[in-house]
Write a protein that binds this ligand. Sequence first.
Ligand SMILES: *Cc1c(COP(=O)(O)O)cnc(C)c1O
Length: 474
Amino acid sequence: MGKNQAKELLRQIPGVDALLQMEAVREALLRHPRRIVLEAIREELDEIRHRILESAGPYPTLEPMELARSVAQRAGRLAAFTLLPVVNATGIVIHTNLGRSLLPEEALARLQAICSGYNNLEYDLGRGERGSRYVHAESILRELTGAEAALVVNNNAGAVFLALNTLAAGREVVVSRGQLVEIGGSFRIPDVMSASGAILKEVGTTNRTHLKDYVAAIGDQTAMLMKVHTSNYRIVGFTREVPLEELAALGREHGLPVVEDLGSGCFIDLSPFGLRGEATVQQSLRAGADLITFSGDKLLGGPQAGILAGRKELIEKCQKNPLTRAFRVDKMTLAALEATLRLYRDERQALEKIPTLRMIALSPEELSRRAEDLAAALEAQNRQSFLRIEVRPGFSQVGGGSLPAQDLPTSVVAVQSGFLSANRIETILRRNEPPVIGRIESDHFLMDVRTLLPGQTETIATAFGRMIGESVNR
Ligand SMILES: *Cc1c(COP(=O)(O)O)cnc(C)c1O
């Protein structure tokens, strides 16, 4: 009987032409390209055939109107953008999965101004001839950091690779065992080192490395001494790292460049905000690093970029490496980076106008007020006491592999429902338009207001209102 029923169902499936005549599909054709609507029909019909043939029943009902609506919905999904704005309610300020740093208004305006027209990206306006794109952010970087020279590439992984390949291919780089970092997304110092052609010479132990360990490792094959910021972990207890000053002195003594991968690359002392132990770019250079590398979109708060800064002779070598072309930055990066960097000419201005710094600097009072506002907005949607809403103290993270184990006190709104599990709430909000990303902690859905932008309290309340409406009416 199953087989005959299946055959009968297959016969009943409407054809493409019939579907194209149906109201919901005709409306979809007004909104989306025909090619996409046809693809949606094909996928929808394939899925139905598959379900009929594979399943032992119960078979799907083939209500044509419902099918047409499914086609329209699928066409909507196929036509939609895949890169979407989302609401970050995780409290993780530099969230690599959610796009890291938000650009300051000044950078957005600059992007618009530079990228909507032609520009002098590689044109020397003084001489009227071909110029270099690498000059653009360099002068402001020199001004802010005190470095002799600087070079901007696509990201910090590229900057580290370029420095290693240029200065140490085929020779040894001395690094402490305690600094063999893995950053998310498979950036591992030992792997980057071997891909660049440099030979890793590990010294010391996981918890303790002494200057004498570096001294003992230096030989004919040594090309560089390297220090890597342990961005995303901390070694505590019986530990010892060699300060950059001592490493720099050792490098000078042996004529070896000392390179530091700073990871985040912060320009401002963040200790007033309760964040300790993050050396600034300026401090590293003053301590004697010959070359440093850091990201543009971590604590710096600009676009994705990798910045090399330090001695002119080393920067010039990196720039001449043919691989630099493979890490080359676009005008978009340079426009946004230059505009972001200019804000650092005045530290107060940087803290106000760079979203990453602004979010880090939010006061506990302000966060508490924002959390109360969000709770009140949710309460206004809370039909039939669907939710239990509570404001609690919590902790935000800086994120982006910066400042591990240093959480910032914040206020969170915790939500629980007798009707939906925290997991279900999380899923519904994640699938909202726009998606709202929070986190789950002991069966509560948590939203940290630190990373919310103006207007998003209402967005979240609307999403909850819709969720409650749909659940209550069911
Ligand atoms: C983040 C980080 C990197 C990689 O930087 P990207 O800008 O993500 O390429 C490299 N080294 C350290 C120490 C980091 O923290």
